[in-house]
Design a binder for this molecule. Structure first.
Ligand code: KIV
Ligand code: ZN
Length: 525
């Protein structure tokens, strides 16, 4: 790199659709993946890791369709260190104007033991597979998985081999979130100094958040010379997640005095994509999450509110507008029209087409009939949960619940299953249990309930409840969501939504093609 402006530029590599989606339960549908990819492209992400093409037909199709529709972003796919993975990856990403093959192998002693390769055998494999990838694609990223627990000499040796074989980006993953900021900076700095050819490639950082240091470690790596940060929206990812895109981008923007690097991200698009990813992944953003949490810009205590009124800089280091939030606005009511709703949606960072607006307006009116004032959070909840798709196999038609102090609750549920109207009544330990049992009677399944979460959207006894239900069946996980002023109705709808997603997942993934399952298995030729 030569001129200063290039030296300051940090590439943003988003892996929400690959490492993020790998998070148990965070499965997205094909259309949702295309939508998120488009939002990432529009916000200025440099590289989108769209999936792991060999993992399943669904992954392959998602990566190739994203590649075909890409605008400015480079589209990347993941591949293990074998020809079949790399070829499949190329087949998917080749449609993009700008593409990349990302191939990796675990290089730490623990990860070397998985394919049972000696150090020399692994070094040969790296040379062969990176060369193969480079013959297909001019842009190749190579990652020594678990780099931060790999012996220093061996790490330098394999990186040199990958560069000689044609890798254009060397990514240094902290796969288990083990490193700390100073060590992260030093590792990158020393690698760039020690490895021949290092100045010809871009060094990337890929941090996991197991010790809560992913953002700090990624920024420290940039201080050490990395010029690509791998991250996800909302920090979505396995276990404690990955580096959060919004955190590193806003940190560099807000403290540019001490972190003098720039990205190509339009930060005003952060809030909209954060909400969309939360919706489609089923992973709610914690209230006090930096940048995108509901409370990140809320000032409740009297002393803070007083200080804010005098000068907002007393308590705000960023402007809400910078991430696409504008000041609070008036609630809507049942007399509000379509134009007011569109205006509100735009204000909240949602872009909707005419058809979508029509659908939301109907649901908004239903809500406004039940609730006097419809607040911003109610609208966000409406947008979050969506409506049952017309082509869903299972649909709730109606339900009635009797419950109270005198005995078991009883729920009667009417559903449409593949076009057929069916009804069942069941007793349970409370109304939600009874409703779930009636649904199970109508659609027998072995799905195990992993999570049932209720959250009141606003204050007051007429508040909407958003309910998340996560189900697991034979290793396949799906999350469903719904919102309603009636908690039991929201629960039943969320359960049915999860069952529909489970059905879709089951038909799409053949046994043994689970992404996580194959990620850590022997990369066979
Ligand atoms: O965390 C990790 O090591 C990964 C690799 C596949 C890059 O996600
Ligand atoms: Zn990772």
């Amino acid at each position: 790199m030569t001129d200063k402006s290039q030296q300051d530029r940090v590439l943003i590599f988003d892996t929400t659709l690959r490492d993020g989606e790998q998070s148990p339960g965070a499965t997205m549908s094909h259309d949702e993946k295309l939508e998120i990819a488009e939002m990432l492209d529009d916000m200025g992400v440099d590289i989108i890791e769209a999936g792991f093409p060999i993992a399943s037909e669904g992954d392959f199709k998602a990566v190739s369709d994203i590649a075909k529709r890409s605008k400015n972003a480079r589209i990347c796919g993941l591949a293990r260190a074998n020809y079949a993975d790399i070829d499949r990856c190329w087949e998917a990403v080749k449609h993009a104007k700008l593409n990349r093959i990302h191939t990796f192998i675990g290089t730490s002693p623990l990860h070397r033991a998985i394919p049972n390769l000696t150090m020399d055998e692994m070094a040969d494999k790296i040379h062969e597979t990176v060369s193969h990838a480079r013959n297909l694609c001019e842009n190749v990223q190579w990652s020594p998985m678990d780099a931060t627990r790999t012996e220093w000499d061996y790490l330098c040796r394999v990186i040199e081999i990958a560069i000689k074989a044609g890798a254009t980006t060397i990514n240094i993953p902290d796969t288990v979130g083990y490193t700390a900021p100073e060590e992260s900076a030093t590792l990158i700095r020393r690698l760039i100094e020690a490895v021949p050819g290092a100045d010809e490639v871009v060094f990337a950082t890929h941090c996991h958040n197991d010790l809560g240091m992913a953002t700090a470690n990624a920024l420290a790596a940039v201080a050490g010379g990395a010029r690509q940060i791998e991250c996800t929206i909302n920090g979505l990812g396995e276990r404690a997640g990955n580096t959060a895109l919004e955190e590193v981008v806003m940190a560099m923007k807000t403290r540019n005095d001490i972190m003098p690097w720039r990205t190509g991200i339009d930060t005003t698009k952060i809030m909209a994509i954060s909400r969309r990813v939360a919706t489609v992944s089923g992973f709610n953003v914690q209230f006090n999450k930096a940048i995108v949490g509901k409370n990140a810009f809320a000032h409740e205590s009297g002393i803070h509110q007083d200080g804010m009124l005098k000068n907002r800089e007393n308590f705000e280091i960023m402007r809400p507008e910078d991430i696409g939030l504008s000041g609070t606005s008036l609630p809507l009511g049942k007399h509000s029209g379509r134009a007011a709703l569109r205006d509100k949606l735009e204000h909240l960072g949602f872009e909707v087409g005419d058809n979508q607006l029509k659908d939301i307006f109907v649901r908004f009116k239903e809500l406004a009939d039940r609730k006097k004032e419809v607040f911003d959070d109610d609208i966000i909840a409406l947008m979050r949960v969506g409506e049952d798709a017309e082509n869903d196999h299972l649909q709730l038609v109606s339900m009635k619940v009797v419950c109270g102090t005198g005995g078991p609750a009883e729920a009667t549920v009417e559903m449409e299953i593949d076009g057929k109207d069916v009804t069942a009544t069941a007793n349970g330990d409370g109304p939600v249990d009874a409703a779930f049992k009636a649904i199970r009677e109508l659609h027998p399944n072995k799905a195990h309930l992993q999570l049932y979460q209720v959250h009141a959207v606003t204050e007051g006894t007429d508040a909407q409840a958003t309910v998340s239900v996560r189900l697991e069946e034979e290793g396949i996980i799906a999350t469903g969501q719904s919102a309603n002023t009636d908690t039991v109705v929201a629960s039943a709808k969320a359960y049915i939504n999860a069952l529909n997603r489970l059905l879709v997942r089951r038909t799409k993934s053949a046994p043994g093609t689970d992404r996580k399952e194959i990620l850590y298995t022997d990369p066979a030729e």
